[in-house]
Design a protein around this ligand. Sequence first.
Ligand SMILES: Cc1ncc(COP(=O)(O)O)c(C=O)c1O
Length: 388
Amino acid sequence: MRRPTLPYARPSITDAEVREVEETLRSGWLSTGPRAARFEEDLATRLGVRHALGVSSGTAALHLAVLAAGVGPGDEVITTPMTWVATANVVLHAGGRPVLVDVEPDTLNLDPTRVADAITPRTRVLLPVHYAGQPCDEDAFLDLAARHGLTLVEDAAHALGATYKGRPIGAIGDITMFSFHPAKNLTTGEGGGLSTNSDELAERMRCLRFHGIDQSPSARFGGRSAASYDLVAAGFKYNFTDLQAAIGLHQLARLDELNARRAQLAKLYEARLAGSEHVRTLGTAPYEHTHAWHILVVQVEVDALSLDRDGLIGALREEGVGAGLHFVPLHGLTLYRDLADPADLPVASEAGRRILTLPLFPDMTDADVDFVVETLERVVAGHLRSAR
Ligand SMILES: Cc1ncc(COP(=O)(O)O)c(C=O)c1O
């Protein structure tokens, strides 16, 4: 019997999450309430930061981050083409312009040496992405941000639980965002998070997260009646709910265990693929770090094959391997085609033809990894040009 297709990601949900959701439903607090507050406290403690905020999605978190960083018309935000569309879309929403810079060949993380050449007087924010969960070269980005007076906003949608030189991702840049989408290392259904050590940035994000209503301590404790409020900006409805927090509280408590299993599976993939002639895993950054292993990306030597990468993903899915794609480089998408000439982003452009994502999630078995690798090797071998 054919086995059901193995997806590239699947959330790991236990009875603890289910019970907490049920208790929340019965509690009467469905929207932002005591569980949301507890989740934010737990996340701040986990990251060792002054402020952690829950929001409705990772995209909402990114939007608030670039607005809090002051991005407006005419401002440039330097980011990577190897990301989900949200990273650049929020820059447009704020009236700014995304500037795409090439990535490192081994890790596919934004290359800080190239970023240095792209900084102009209009640059306001550096927005690296910790691709696949492997930390970027934080010291290099901190140094660039300090030297040029820029705000470092980190897209850590893939990197909750990762560390750089012993420090948690989320406690390093000015603002870090996380995604709690069901495919991510921690899920709340949909949801996102923000972390910062700046009281001022936190206050701006809290205000914009809920319509633009003044959330400053003076507004909250300044003599207004409990029911009264003041509006100071045209903000958004991006608040985090107790139903999301009910799931997230237990996911956060299990994060180390979930990430440890991801790492085990990733090591198994690396061992199984080490001798492969046409498939290789991404490289390891040279500085001390722990990888969050959000996704398992491989690069395939597609020029040796009679089908392209999209064809290969289709062939794998036919065989029960739910391969994914992270990502079409931004400059390959209609909206962002004019942002960069592919020749100026050679590493990302080439990776865009070769990468695919193999199944990786904590509840997978070692035998699932064997199945994926065997299937991939068989499909590749069956489409070698020389074999025709
Ligand atoms: C790199 C990156 N940034 C941002 C996001 C946006 O997160 P969300 O889907 O929670 O809005 C994602 C989600 O897929 C992502 O992969």
